[in-house]
Design a protein around this ligand. Structure first.
Ligand code: TMP
Length: 210
């Protein structure tokens, strides 16, 4: 059986990930592709508990390294219990965030060293990589205003604008340097973003069939 494919949607808060994911889901359904959906941090009962912990405002300072390890602990559990088994069975996986989030938020935003992140990344993921990442690029001032309009901000969302500017810069840098990441302008109207997503999926899928 052919191995499943792994598609990930990435971006800052308020970039429109939820509607982008719905667009990808619809595309998968139209192509009659069997898939599971995941989110990070989270996606398993234990990883969802870690998600609650990292989002909660704590009475103590959370060290950036602790945050990084919690993200990767949640990721390990999700990879072992859901992502790897699904891909092995030929199911596709649609991820709401994955490893690129840690590289952007903890590497860019929290300014943790690339060498630390790479060591943990290698230990947790080995050679597992998404087949396609759709990165929704948004000015954090716009994204945060959208997130704020949705309700109360969690511990990470309460960070300063400069944190999100560093996170965005890291996302952009990696998207420009690496293959397999499609950068989309998420400041456009939703219909235009959706059209670009479908275009990117069609083009990538056609390449797979060759
Ligand atoms: P969200 O997916 O609902 O936006 O919430 C996830 C939050 O966790 C968001 O603020 C981004 C952050 N995050 C990291 O900082 N590093 C990570 O590796 C992941 C997966 C998420």
């Amino acid at each position: 059986m052919q191995k499943g494919r792994f598609i990930v949607v990435e971006g800052l808060e308020g970039a429109g990930k939820t509607s982008a994911i719905q667009t990808v889901q619809h595309w998968l359904e139209q192509h009659q592709i069997d898939f599971i959906s995941t989110r990070e941090p989270g996606g398993t009962p234990l990883a969802e508990q870690i998600r609650t912990l990292v989002k909660q405002v704590q009475d103590e300072q959370v060290a950036p390294e602790t945050e990084l390890l919690l993200m990767y602990a949640a990721r390990m559990q999700l990879v072992k219990s859901r992502i790897e088994p699904a891909l092995a069975q030929g199911q596709w996986v649609l991820g709401d965030r994955h490893d690129l989030s840690s590289r952007a938020y903890q590497g860019g935003g929290r300014q943790l060293s690339e060498s630390l992140i790479n060591q943990i990344r290698t230990a947790v993921l080995g050679s597992l990589r998404p087949d396609l990442t759709l990165y929704l690029d948004i000015d954090p001032a716009i994204g945060l205003a959208r997130a704020r309009a949705r309700g109360e901000l969690d511990r990470i969302e309460q960070e300063q604008l400069a944190f999100f500017q560093r996170t965005r810069a890291k996302y952009q840098q990696i998207a420009n340097e690496e293959t397999g990441i499609v950068q989309l302008d998420a400041s456009q109207p939703m219909a235009a973003v959706q059209q670009h997503i479908v275009g990117a999926l069609d083009q990538w899928f056609a390449g797979l069939q060759e």
